[in-house]
Design a protein around this ligand. Structure first.
Ligand code: BGC
Length: 377
């Protein structure tokens, strides 16, 4: 918990610095609200006394409009507005933790919040987004079903002029640049992959349990459409090869972030490759918990004859790390991301806009081992 708070504080501090630098005046509500016509006469103001007066009036009107807009934004921020939240599917262990954190923070701040379950169906989620827009929500928080649908989602919210925070599934900077009232809050998945590799490097034999000079592993991947799955798969192994370790991939299969699939894949691979498997990398903890069931059913012992790592630091995984049944995991800070997402949403409601290339806000991952697991429980 201690660490969590530090991470959050760091994120919020950097978000504030970022908001000050990125705003630079031109994104402030005053400018947003001032109509273009009001700005032009101000530029010619010095020409004649009449013109100066007219310009002053226009400038006053612009300031008034800006104040009103700022008041309106404040009313939404301070007194609670209507927020629509779209989750890619409720039946996802990590996103359940994240959703609960979001609900607590938003309701604690007085917002009226409605959560929708996309049921892993992009068409269904598109309808939900359209419904929220029809209901005139003040802001949206969206965890897209498919990153490949980002263009369409961004075009829709831009068209409706609804400030939007994307979470958990990161589109490209280029896609986000289409709309300046849009921001992504999440993590840099490369970092989590690297940390998984480091967890293996930190073991007494650097993952080479049978001493044959190479680390033989299976990779249980999340949904490969998702950048988190792609980066974790790549960077976990890269951490080993960067350290000069030879690796052998025995199998790579998609487990779609799902515990049962993790169990099935591990069970089949353990039957097929037996003792040759030295490491099981799982792109998330839920699949790792499934893999652990298969490992135990096969009579293998984690940290003795096989290593197992995940990502997320779900409660169940923290217990297994503490009990020595998982080599380690990586905190995917749901609380920190939820805090960051709400902060970004309030910044947007306050009139902040985001320049292209500056639309991603990252929360750090943290390595979890038996040594520090108590800090997270
Ligand atoms: C988490 C997974 C989760 C996925 C959903 C990832 O960041 O690690 O547990 O299933 O996000 O998109």
């Amino acid at each position: 918990m201690k660490l969590n708070k530090k991470v959050i504080a760091a994120v919020l501090a950097s978000a504030m610095v970022f908001s000050m630098t990125a705003c630079g005046g031109s994104d402030a509500p005053a400018q947003e609200a001032a109509p273009a016509e009001a700005e032009t006469p101000v530029e010619d103001a010095a020409e004649t006394p009449e013109e100066t007066e007219a310009a002053d009036d226009t400038a006053d009107a612009a300031t008034e409009a800006a104040d009103e807009a700022a008041d309106a934004a404040e009313a939404v921020v301070g007194e609670g507005g209507n927020i629509g939240v779209c989750i890619y599917k409720f039946d996802d262990a990590f996103m359940t933790t994240y959703r609960n954190a979001l609900q607590e923070i938003l309701e604690g701040k007085g917002y009226t919040v409605t959560f929708m379950d996309g049921k892993n169906d992009q068409a269904e989620q598109n309808n939900q987004i359209n419904n929220f827009i029809a209901q005139k929500v003040d802001a949206l928080i969206i965890n897209p079903v498919m990153t490949s649908a980002a263009d369409q989602i961004i075009a829709t919210v831009k068209d409706a002029d609804v400030p939007t925070v994307l979470i958990n599934r990161e589109p490209t900077a280029d896609q986000m640049s289409a709309y300046d009232k849009l921001v992504y809050v999440g993590c840099d998945a490369r970092q989590s992959g690297t940390m998984q590799g480091e967890l293996i490097l930190d073991t007494e034999n650097q993952g080479d349990i049978n001493g044959d000079g190479k680390v033989s592993y299976i990779m249980i991947q999340g949904d490969p459409e998702n950048i988190d799955a792609q980066y974790r798969t790549e960077f976990s192994v890269k951490a080993l090869t960067d350290a000069g370790i030879e690796v052998e991939e025995l199998d790579l299969q998609r487990g779609d972030w799902d515990r049962n699939k993790g169990q099935e894949i591990a069970q089949n691979d353990l039957a097929k490759f037996g003792e040759d498997i030295e490491v099981i990398f799982c792109n998330n903890d839920d699949m790792a918990i499934g893999a652990l069931q298969a490992i135990q059913a096969a009579g293998r012992t984690v940290n003795e004859d096989i290593y197992l790592v995940g990502v997320d630091a779900l409660d169940a995984a923290l217990n297994e790390v503490a009990g020595g049944n998982m080599t380690g995991t990586v905190l995917n800070d749901a609380q920190g991301q939820a805090e960051g997402a709400v902060q970004a949403m309030e910044d947007l409601l306050g009139g902040k806009t985001y320049a292209a290339g500056e639309q991603s806000i990252y929360v750090d991952y943290v390595k979890v081992t038996p040594d520090n697991v108590a800090d997270f429980q």
